[in-house]
Design a protein around this ligand. Structure first.
Ligand code: ARG
Length: 456
C-alpha cells in the first residue's frame, strides 16, 4: 500500500519496519475520538473558506458513516497504514477520493494524536470518576449501618484504641473523596485543545482554533505550538491519580484479606466474591482483594514507564511518544476493572460484629482512657501513663484485663480511682466520648455521613 507520506521515498518500508512502527494494534481504540476531532476540523476548514463548503460537508458526512461502520465491526484496520489517524484518513480517501485528501489541510498527526489522546483520556476519566463515586456512596451506606459497631483500631498492626467500623470505613471515604477531586483537577488541566499546533510550528492557514475547541468541549486552546504537540503531562497526571486510587484500593484490600482470615474473623466475603482451591476443599479465598492489591504494582509500573518515556525527549514530537499509549491504556483498564468489583465485594460482605467487639476487648485498647481518667482527677498525664503502664504489666502477669480488676486492686495503683472507673473505661464510653471533629463517636460520624449524603 502506498504511504500517505510516501512522496519523497523511492522504496517502500520493510515489512519489519511497518510492523515495528505501527500503533494500530493499540490506538484503534481511539477511533471515535479521532473521527470526532476530524469532523470538527473539517467543519472549521469549510467555515473558514480553507476548503469548499461542499467538500467540508462531504468529509463530515463520510466520517460519520465510517464511524458507524467501525462501530458495527465492518472495518478492518491495516498495519501498514500505521496508526488510527492514517487508517481513517485512508478509508476516507478510498471512499471520496480527492475530497478526502483535503481533510489534513493545516493539521499534522502530531497535533492530531495530542488531541485524540486528550479526548480519549477525558472520556475514560469521566467513567472512572463515576466508579469512584459509586464506591464512595457504598462506603457511606455501610458506615451508616455500622455507626455503633465497635472494633479495635490498630497502629503497627497492634491493637491500639477502640474505634467503630463506620469510622474505619469513613477513613477510606476521605481517601476516595480526594481521589475524586484529583480527577477533577486533572480534567481541568487536560481540557486544553492542541489542534492548530501543526507539526510543531502552527500553520499559515487561518484556522479557527476556538471554534474547534468549543465544538469538542474544550475549555481553552493551547498557547504554544511546541508544547501543544509534545505535552503529555495530562497522561502522567492521570497515571499518578490512578496509582493513588490503586494505593487506596490496595491498602483496603490488605485489610479485607486480614479481616477475612480465620485469625481475625471480622468479615465473611460473599461466596459470589470469593474463590476456592483446586485441592483443599475447605478453602474460601479473597482472590478479588488479592488481585486488586497485585494489580496496584502494574499501575505503578505504567506510571513509572510513562515518566521514563517522557524524561529525555527533546522538543517537540518524537516517535518515542507513541509508547505513551499502551501504558496509559493499561492503567485506565486496570482501574476500571478493579473499582466496580471491589465495590461489589465490600457491599456484599458480612460483618461479624461479635468478632470485632471481642477483638476490641483484648489488648488493653482502653488503657489510654484509664490514664485520661486519672488526668481528669488531677494527676499529670505523664504520671498517669506510668500508673497505667504498671497496671497493664500486672494484668499481663495475672492473665486478666483492666476492666476485670476489683476496686481494691485499682486503688492499690492510685487512690484517685473510684467506682465510676468501670463506666469511664467501657469500650462504649471510650468510643462515644471521642466527639471531636474527625473522631469516632457515633454522633460525630453520623453527622458527617449526613453532610456527605447531602452533597451527592
Ligand atoms: N501514532 C503516532 C503516535 O501515537 C501518531 C503521531 C505520529 N506522528 C509522526 N510524525 N510520526 O504518536
Amino acid at each position: 500500500m502506498a504511504k500517505l507520506w510516501g512522496g519523497r521515498f523511492s522504496k517502500s518500508t520493510d515489512a519489519l519496519v511497518d510492523d515495528f512502527n505501527s500503533s494500530i494494534r493499540f490506538d484503534s481504540r481511539m477511533y471515535a475520538q479521532d473521527i470526532r476531532g476530524s469532523r470538527a476540523h473539517a467543519e472549521m476548514l469549510g467555515r473558514q473558506g480553507i476548503i469548499s463548503k461542499e467538500d467540508s460537508e462531504l468529509i463530515v458526512k463520510t466520517l460519520g458513516e465510517i464511524k458507524k461502520d467501525i462501530d458495527d465491526g465492518k472495518v478492518e484496520f491495516k498495519i501498514d497504514a500505521e496508526d488510527i489517524h492514517m487508517n481513517i484518513e485512508t478509508i476516507l480517501i478510498e471512499r471520496i477520493g480527492d475530497v478526502g485528501k483535503r481533510l489534513h489541510t493545516g493539521r499534522s498527526r502530531n497535533d492530531q494524536v495530542a488531541l485524540d489522546t486528550r479526548m480519549y483520556v477525558r472520556d475514560e476519566l469521566d467513567e472512572i470518576k463515576k466508579d469512584v463515586e459509586t464506591l464512595k456512596a457504598t462506603l457511606l451506606d455501610l458506615a451508616e449501618e455500622h455507626l455503633h459497631t465497635i472494633m479495635p483500631g490498630y497502629t503497627h498492626l497492634q491493637k491500639a484504641q477502640p474505634v467503630t467500623l463506620a469510622h474505619h470505613l469513613m477513613a477510606y471515604y476521605e481517601m476516595f473523596n480526594r481521589d475524586s477531586s484529583r480527577l477533577d483537577n486533572c480534567r481541568k488541566r487536560l481540557n486544553v485543545m492542541p489542534l492548530g499546533s501543526g507539526a510543531l510550528a502552527g500553520t499559515t492557514y487561518p484556522l479557527d482554533r476556538e471554534f474547534v475547541a468549543d465544538k469538542l468541549g474544550f475549555d481553552s486552546v493551547s498557547m504554544n505550538s511546541l508544547d501543544g504537540v509534545s505535552d503529555r503531562d495530562f497522561a502522567l497526571e492521570l497515571a499518578f491519580d490512578l496509582s493513588v486510587i490503586m494505593t487506596h484500593l490496595s491498602r483496603f484490600s490488605e485489610e479485607i484479606i486480614l479481616w477475612s482470615s480465620h485469625e481475625f474473623g471480622f468479615i465473611d466475603l460473599d461466596d459470589a466474591y470469593s474463590t476456592g482451591s483446586s485441592i483443599m476443599p475447605q478453602k474460601k479465598n479473597p482472590d478479588v482483594a488479592e488481585l486488586a492489591r497485585g494489580k496496584t504494582g502494574r499501575v505503578y509500573g505504567d506510571l513509572i514507564g510513562l515518566l521514563t518515556v517522557m524524561k529525555g525527549i527533546p522538543l517537540a514530537y518524537n516517535k518515542d511518544m507513541q509508547e505513551d499509549k499502551e501504558q496509559l491504556f493499561d492503567a485506565i483498564d486496570t482501574v476500571k476493572m478493579c473499582l466496580p468489583v471491589f465495590e461489589r465485594m465490600i457491599a456484599t460482605m458480612t460483618v461479624r460484629k461479635d468478632r470485632m467487639l471481642s477483638g476490641a476487648k483484648g489488648g488493653f485498647t482502653n488503657a489510654t482512657d484509664v490514664a485520661d481518667y486519672l488526668v481528669k482527677k488531677g494527676l499529670p498525664f505523664r504520671d498517669a501513663h506510668g500508673v497505667v503502664g504498671r497496671m497493664v504489666a500486672y494484668c499481663i502477669e495475672k492473665n486478666t484485663v483492666i476492666d476485670a480488676l476489683s476496686l481494691e486492686e485499682f486503688k492499690s495503683f492510685s487512690e484517685l480511682f473510684d467506682d465510676d472507673i468501670y463506666d469511664a473505661i467501657s469500650l462504649e464510653t471510650c468510643v462515644n466520648q471521642r466527639e471531636l471533629i474527625g473522631a469516632p463517636a457515633p454522633k460525630t460520624v453520623k453527622a458527617l455521613i449526613e453532610k456527605y449524603k447531602k452533597l451527592i
